[in-house]
Write a protein that binds this ligand. Sequence first.
Ligand code: G1P
Length: 291
Amino acid sequence: MNKVTKAVIPAAGLGTRFLPATKALPKEMLPIIDTPNIHYIVKEAVEAGIKDILIIVSHAKEPIEDYFDVNYELETRLREAGKEKQAEEIREIANIANIFYVRQKEPKGLGNAISYARSFASGEPIAVLLGDDLIDDSERPAIGELMEAYEKTEGTILGCRKVPRERLKKYGVVKPTTKAEGKVFEVSDMIEKPKDPSLAPSDIAVLGRYVLPPEIFDVIDRTPKGVGGEIQLTDAIKLSLQLRKCYACLFTGQRYDIGDKFGYIKATIDFALRRDDLREDVLEYLRHLVD
Ligand code: G1P
């Protein structure tokens, strides 16, 4: 079976890069303008045709569950105030998809977090979307491009882009089998967060999107601890190369690293410039700043 119908969103991280805000708020709930960033991630999966989504949480992540739930009191008050449209919008968020939750018990890495999705996947491939990578889907959802590549190749698919060499140390970096040609190409090796650019096998980094085959869970179980003493997904995928081919898929949308403060600011500005209600004011303000 090569159809991808389920998505997994790991959201158990502490968000230390956004302290002090994340002392009391899950980083996934930080808004880009007026919408929590996890909403954009869920929307990307939904637009790719996915209806069942598992969010892997940890303690103190209840605001995520509340956000995707019905809020009767708020809806009632909005309706009483004649704000029918807003009430509808709030309700639609609760109906966006079938969202399931599971808690990662200890912060043991991305590979370990994904292992909590075993029952949810139930023998099927899964799409994985990481919340720190926000991809503009105005053309098409990035994860949909990866799902298509999986359906064609039945290989593990990594959502990738070229990254400046000096920034490769933040990512998993792939080694193309031959020349990296076209949009989808085979990968023969990968390395998690190379310490030095000279250790990176290419300048193509994995940027927060994956389609993983059903056997990934068994592979994660036998993956030893890697960088940071954590079970790394990159290491598990590397091990799985013995079982199945793996491909990089260069997705098309603009990607923002919103786990990084400057990336977050860039996303906020660009998203504002795309909105009819904000574009003119923001442009005028930016012009005023540079004048
Ligand atoms: C994770 C992965 C890494 C990947 C990155 C994408 O790292 O381990 O391979 O390149 O996400 O953003 P993290 O940013 O969680 O440290």
